[in-house]
Design a binder for this molecule. Structure first.
Ligand SMILES: [Zn+2]
Length: 241
C-alpha cells in the first residue's frame, strides 16, 4: 500500500492527492480533476512521486473515465522529466499495459485527436523520445546534426515538402535535398509498429511521415547520407530537466 504521508505531489505537498482520488472515485466532485491535474501533471508536464503512486488508481478508473485515461497517459509521458521516473513506472507494469491497451482501443476508433493519443501510446510503449517529438506531419520540422560533419540540418516532413536543408535566417531552407523514405517492409522497430498502427487506423499521412523520419537524408553540407531517426534520437536522448 502507498503511504501517502510520504509521497509529494508536483507542488511538493503531501495529503491532497489521496483525498482527491477518493472524490473522483466516488464521482463526488468533477472539479477535483482540475486539482489532480495540477498536483500530478503540473502544466501538463511536471510529474512527481505522487503522480506515479496515483497511476494504479487512475488506471482502475480509466476504462470508464476519459479524464483518468488522459491524466494517466500524461503522467507516463512525463516519465523522463522526473529523475526517478523510470524506476517508479517500473513499479506498475500491469497498469501501464492496461493503459496502453485502452489507448490502443481508442485509436482504432479513429478519434479526432488521433495524433495526441498516438503520442500517448508511444509513451506507454516506452518510446518517450518519439512521444515528445513526433508531430502529425502536417508541418513538421526536426533539427538534427549530421553525424559526419556535424552541420545542423533541418528535416522537413509535411505539406510543404519532405527534404533536408540548411536553415538560413534570411533565405529560409536552402540547399534542399529530397529525403529518402524507407519502404514500409524494411522498417525496423519502433518504426515498424508505429507505421503498422497508423496504417491500421487509416492515418495515411502519419504512416507516410513515419517512413520518412525512419528513412535517410543527404546532408546538404557534406553529402553524407545518414539515418534520420538515429541522428534525431542521439540529439534528444533526454529532454532538458
Ligand atoms: Zn554533413
Amino acid at each position: 500500500m502507498t503511504d501517502w504521508a510520504q509521497v509529494v505531489d508536483a507542488h511538493g505537498a503531501v495529503g491532497r492527492v489521496p483525498l482527491l482520488l477518493d472524490q473522483v472515485e466516488r464521482k463526488e466532485a468533477p472539479e477535483a480533476w482540475d486539482e489532480l491535474w495540477d498536483r500530478l501533471c503540473l502544466h501538463g508536464e511536471t510529474v512527481a512521486v505522487a503522480s506515479f503512486a496515483a497511476l494504479p488508481r487512475l488506471a482502475a478508473l480509466a476504462s470508464a473515465c476519459t479524464q483518468a485515461l488522459e491524466l494517466a497517459s500524461a503522467i507516463v509521458r512525463g516519465t523522463l522529466r522526473h529523475p526517478d521516473g523510470e524506476a517508479l513506472l517500473a513499479g506498475c507494469p500491469n497498469e501501464v499495459d492496461r493503459l496502453r491497451e485502452l489507448v490502443d482501443q481508442k485509436l482504432r476508433t479513429r478519434p479526432a485527436d488521433y495524433s495526441r493519443l498516438f503520442c500517448d501510446l508511444l509513451a506507454l510503449a516506452g518510446q518517450y523520445h518519439w512521444s515528445a517529438s513526433l508531430g502529425d506531419f502536417a508541418d513538421d520540422f526536426y533539427a538534427v546534426s549530421c553525424p559526419d560533419c556535424e552541420a545542423e540540418v533541418t528535416i522537413a516532413v509535411g505539406n510543404h515538402g519532405c527534404y533536408a536543408a540548411i536553415r538560413d535566417w534570411d533565405q529560409g531552407d536552402i540547399e534542399r535535398r529530397p529525403l529518402r523514405p524507407v519502404p514500409a517492409e524494411e522498417l525496423g522497430d519502433p518504426g515498424r509498429w508505429m507505421h503498422a498502427t497508423a496504417d491500421r487506423d487509416g492515418q495515411q499521412r502519419l504512416a507516410e511521415g513515419i517512413r520518412y523520419v525512419f528513412g535517410r537524408a543527404e546532408c546538404p553540407a557534406c553529402g553524407n547520407v545518414f539515418n534520420i531517426a538515429e541522428a534525431h534520437t542521439t540529439a534528444n536522448v533526454r529532454p532538458a530537466p
